[in-house]
Design a protein around this ligand. Structure first.
Ligand code: AMP
Ligand code: FE
Ligand code: FE
Ligand code: ZN
Length: 286
């Protein structure tokens, strides 16, 4: 069994359509895949409809949240939410709000770059991101690539767009405790994504994760390409201590990142536990 529980499609900032994503998952020998686009469930239906035989689909999303960092400040964290009811009113409202804010923010970043003379234009950038998709910095990175300013998405991030970059604007995020409760009420299970990926920016302390476990956090993503051995070890110990689900996932984004689908995987009994705890929607099979 090979299980990858964190991937993105063109419903957010990945480059595979949901149908291509499930086809590629089967092609690399995965037996279960979660689709977890940023702040949306827009890819669920297409992925479900295109599910190849032998592949199980875990419908999910990745929600951008703000959390206490455990050092007196706050930082951005990503919350994976699995198998929740996509029609739950609070969920629909919050994801719609987040997506609208993301569009405004991306247009503002493009405006800042245009004002400095870069060949990007907010109107045409936003026209290129379908209304149904969640806008993110990778869309601008791809526009910079098309314009010949950079030769890769990664270069666009390291030169202009990363969190310490000149053109970075924060997005408006949901308080993590609220998100956990909202997903729990919608019958879903939550897993904190890449919690100790320090090179992405500030991260939370172990103490914060313990507190989140107290408000209903279901698990932690331990095996992630952005976690070094030490981060994995510390998270695994914490999960053990707090009796949290442990996942491993690639965070595949298609050609936007060098990561391969199935590069990191989750143990079957952990997926079983997610399935047992969830009451929103079931895991479906092709
Ligand atoms: P945003 O959602 O607009 O805040 O942008 C964050 C997204 O950018 C992440 O989900 C990644 O998909 C992508 N990203 C962040 N850093 C990089 C990088 N160095 N190279 C490629 N993609 C990145
Ligand atoms: Fe992303
Ligand atoms: Fe993330
Ligand atoms: Zn992700």
């Amino acid at each position: 069994m090979r299980i990858d529980l964190h991937t993105h499609s063109t419903a957010s900032d990945g480059t595979d359509t949901p149908a291509q994503l499930v086809a590629n998952a089967a092609a690399v020998g995965l037996t279960a895949l979660a689709i977890t686009d940023h702040d949306t469930t827009a890819g669920w239906e297409e992925a479900h409809g295109a599910l190849p035989p032998g592949l199980r689909l875990v419908r999910g999303a990745e929600l951008s949240c703000v959390s206490p960092d455990g050092r007196g400040g706050h930082c951005t964290v990503h919350l994976l939410a699995y198998l929740f009811d996509p029609a739950a009113e609070a969920v629909v409202r919050e994801y719609a709000r987040a997506r609208a804010e993301r569009r405004e923010r991306l247009a503002r970043i493009a405006d800042l770059m245009a004002a400095d003379g870069f060949p990007v234009d907010a109107a045409s950038l936003m026209a290129a991101v379908p209304e149904s998709a969640t806008a993110g910095r990778p869309h601008l990175a791809m526009a910079l690539m098309r314009a010949g300013v950079v030769s890769s998405v990664d270069e666009a991030f390291s030169r202009f767009l990363n969190d310490r970059g000149r053109y970075y604007l924060p997005s408006s995020r949901t308080p993590i405790e609220e998100s956990i409760e909202m997903i729990e009420r919608a019958g879903g299970v939550t897993v904190l994504a890449h919690a100790f990926a320090a090179h992405r920016g500030p991260t939370v302390t172990a103490e914060v994760i313990k507190e989140l476990a107290g408000v209903g956090l279901g698990g932690v993503e331990v095996d992630h390409p952005d976690h070094d051995d030490d981060a994995r070890k510390r998270l695994r110990r914490l999960a053990d201590e707090m009796d949290l689900i442990v996942t491993g996932s690639s965070d595949y984004h298609g050609t936007n990142k060098v990561i391969r689908l199935g590069q990191e995987t989750t143990a079957p009994e952990m997926l079983d536990e997610i399935g047992r705890q969830a009451t929103g929607v079931p895991i479906v099979s092709g």
